[in-house]
Write a protein that binds this ligand. Structure first.
Ligand code: SAH
Ligand code: SF4
Ligand code: F3S
Length: 486
């Protein structure tokens, strides 16, 4: 998708004129320039040029990748599922060590492809690139990489693309931080009917285990009018569900010239006609307001789902983690939410094996899991991230102990999720149909407002539609249903 006003603007650009200094005009100039380079190369080869975007990490990275793909599409590349392409870009994550290891592993494979196609360009961007040690390693041992940039200058991708296509050296451009938010660049959406929408960037919380604040920079909120305008555009383009994205949406709006709360923003978004469903991610428990709970309770569009990361159930560990809430405060909050919105699904993130975690601390976590009864939970083994306060802490926990706790936690979480899912069996729910079922022929798959998954008989004509479905049977983590109406 590209707004035609942007398209028209780009068409009118005269490349013989000086390069604009203002954004986004500067990037439009480079979009046009890249378009010419790609066209020439494609004529020379007598075939289209192909690109591939691979995303690691969270929803925010997924949304950023849609921006990368939007630019690649606009300049003339055809997106392919294969990594044997002319331009391959990895949008990386560094939240846990595994994410980094996967990237290094894949780079070996890409190198093989590049030997077969010397014109291939390999680009790396995203959170991992914000770590100086990573870039040093790439410069030393991965010389075949053509372009490296970070999270703060992703808006400059068109410009960096031109530099890369015109040069034979490794192009590196990493910014330490930024306060800039550049609007109105092309975006290629993965789904026609749902979309992520950034409402803020960065994080100021500095949880002691977490690298995100170091690689995503300080918190900055988008102007409400820009957010609303984007959503209105998406709705006009067929989107019915949006997911508002931020590392901590509950602190939205604090740094705006005219401060506004997240709850107030939601009320504005609710008014957008044609928009059916609103989701958001992620809520930090420390500043989830009563105002937000009230707005959710009376809303007809905000989905019945709240992701409320716990991390640990031990008050003393939460303190060392710098989470700024106690076990009791968290439990009271979960209770308050369930009382105000009884059919809500609560999900969470939990870390096992944080430095100094004792068996007692771990039992506190299990206790919260049993009391809150999550609909689902992401469980993570603590991963040491260089540069974070926790990495320097003594008492790192031995692997066998962590593994044992992780398995016990996972079992508890899964048993509870199954029991929780049962409570909706036999009810009738509205479902947004998202895809054709990969396993069951003539079935489609969709999501309930509370984010639970349901499979039911249907065909491609239902994709992107909101339909009424009876949940016939619960099979652990999903339902089998039957369609009642549209
Ligand atoms: N901003 C979100 C989380 C983003 S990271 C929030 O505060 O909820 C997603 C999840 O990754 C976190 O909730 C945490 O559970 C996990 N995580 C972050 N750093 C980690 C680390 N060093 N080791 C293991 N898990 C980690
Ligand atoms: Fe990381 Fe904490 Fe920020 Fe979430 S709130 S991104 S866990 S520092
Ligand atoms: Fe990973 Fe960056 Fe998201 S580190 S979890 S991709 S913000």
């Amino acid at each position: 998708m590209i707004d035609h006003t942007i398209k028209e603007y780009i068409e009118k650009i005269d490349l013989t004129q000086p390069i604009p200094t203002e954004e986004p005009m500067r990037q439009y100039y480079f979009l046009k320039k890249a378009k010419e380079i790609v066209k020439k190369e494609s004529e020379r080869l007598g075939r289209p040029l192909f690109s591939h975007t691979n995303t690691f990490g969270c929803q925010m990275n997924a949304r950023d990748s849609e921006k990368l793909s939007g630019i690649l599409r606009e300049v003339g590349y055809m997106e392919t599922d294969s990594e044997e392409a002319d331009f391959v870009i990895y949008n990386t994550c560094t939240v846990r060590e595994n994410a980094n290891l996967r990237v290094y592993g894949r780079l070996g494979v890409l190198h093989g492809y590049k030997k077969k196609n010397p014109h291939m360009k390999i680009a790396l961007c995203g959170c991992m690139m914000q770590e100086p040690t990573v870039v040093e390693k790439l410069q030393k041992s991965y010389r075949f990489v053509d372009l490296i940039f970070g999270t703060h200058n992703i808006f400059k991708f068109a410009e960096l693309l031109v530099t890369t296509l015109e040069s034979n050296r490794m192009v590196i451009d990493i910014w330490k931080d930024t306060n800039q938010i550049v609007e109105d660049l092309p975006i290629e959406r993965k789904y026609p009917f749902k979309s992520g929408v950034n409402i803020m960037f960065g994080c100021n919380n500095f949880c002691s285990y977490c690298i995100v604040p170091y690689v995503r920079g300080r918190e900055r909120s988008r102007e409400p009018r820009d957010i609303i305008r984007e959503i209105e555009g998406l709705v006009a383009d067929g989107v019915v569900e949006i997911m508002l994205l931020g590392q901590n949406v509950n602190s939205y709006g604090k740094n705006l010239d005219n401060p506004m709360t997240f709850a107030e923003l939601l009320e504005e978004i609710e008014k957008i006609e044609g928009l059916e469903r609103i989701r958001f991610m992620t809520s930090h428990p420390k500043d989830l307001s009563d105002e937000l709970i009230q707005v959710m309770a009376k809303s007809t569009k905000i989905c019945r789902h709240l992701h409320l990361p716990l991390q640990s159930g031990s008050t003393s560990l939460l303190k060392v983690m710098n989470r700024k809430y106690t076990k009791e405060q968290y439990l009271a909050l979960a209770d308050k939410i369930r009382t105000a919105i009884p059919d809500i699904a609560l999900t969470t993130d939990i870390i096992v094996g944080f430095p100094g975690e004792t068996e007692e601390d771990f039992l506190e976590t299990l206790d919260v899991v049993r009391k809150v009864r999550y609909d689902s939970a992401f469980t993570f083994i603590y991963s040491k991230r260089t540069g974070t306060p926790a990495a320097a802490m003594e008492n790192q926990i031995p692997e066998e102990i962590v593994k044992n706790r992780f398995d016990r936690l996972l079992k508890e979480v899964q048993d509870i999720s199954k029991e929780m899912a049962e409570r909706f069996t036999g009810t009738t729910q509205t479902v947004l149909v998202e895809e054709l079922n990969g396993q069951m022929k003539d079935y489609v798959t969709g999501r309930l407002s509370n984010n639970h998954v349901v499979h039911f008989p249907g065909d491609a004509s239902l994709l992107g539609k909101l339909v009424t479905v009876h949940l016939d049977e619960c099979r652990g983590f999903y339902y089998i249903g039957s369609k009642i109406g549209e």
